[in-house]
Design a protein around this ligand. Sequence first.
Ligand SMILES: [Fe+2]
Length: 393
Amino acid sequence: MLFDKYCKESRQHSTQTACTKEKDGMNESISEQKPCIFLVDDNIVNLNMGKSALQQKYTVITIPSGEKLFAALNKLMPDLILLDVEMPGMNGYDTIKGLKINPDTANIPVIFLTAKNANEDELLGLQLGAVDYITKPFSQPILLKRVELHLLLQSQKDMIREYSGNLIGLVNERTDDIAALQNAVIMWAAEVIEFRDSETGQHVERVQKYLEILINAMIHMEIYTSEVMTWDNDAFLKSALLHDVGKIKIRDDLLLKTTRLTDDELLNMKLHSLYGKTLLENLQNRVPNQTFLEYAQVLAHRHHERWDGTGYPDGLKGDEIPLQARMMSIADVYDALVSDRPYKNACSHEEAIQIIAEGRGTQFDPNLTDLFLSLSDMIKEISEDETDGVILN
Ligand SMILES: [Fe+2]
């Protein structure tokens, strides 16, 4: 039932379109109910025979040459073309080639209707894209049946094409919805962090921008490229916003303290990397296989490890520390240095760059330190930029 309905709608659409156009040079009247067939042959007797065989079920437009077929196609699109092979001027093989290279006509089913009955002629016709090859003299009932069959197949193809198009549209729509929801949740979480730690509110956004510069330079300069190329960089940059999410569990009196932290307080503050890991791990257990959450967990857990093994929480050393966390470490420390904090004033960019350089091979990955220092001007520009904006693709 559904298919019958579809075929009817499809044919109606096709013929209605045709009927709204001019029909100069075409004497046949076009029915709105019947599928439309173009019959192309240079022989008037063949045209009349073909037309009389088909006209009871179809609207038949007779066309005397390949050249005139293309002129007719500018005015209306048929549901099927019956095409002779041997014609003066453009023959049937050249005609079908012309039809197939044009996206507007490539999908119209073409049946050769010809006196050329050698196997190689038929093979060539089918190889050029014809859906069938009927030799003359033809049996009228068989011609009708084969035309009916190919119109049915074409309708099914159109239906599948339309269904696939709708499905792709639906999937794209849902994917966009999910991405929008993910971005909203990330922003929401980043804002929660800002509320708790207002002095460093824009810190996460700047860090994200430093990382973007760093990752582009790594690809360009071929530094750790084989690993970087396996990442989903959009997910990585989004995840950077949550590297300090564990601070949500740090007490206000520590987070906002204006004097240096005591040793005990410092130990407590250091727990934010473990808190962040746990929070994101719990989220990952609910929503598994999310690249973004995997990256976010690595960053939250490992961004305070140091190259020489004296960092926290686990004292990982060198490339035991995930590359993403090694990148985050430099970006995070640099921005902390050039920012005012409750317990200290901001350094200048030059002082901060000097401190980063001194941390080469002790606190920071030497390769990444060298790269970061080479990007100093771009880094400075971001650190001085008052306009903030998060990268969320
Ligand atoms: Fe941190």
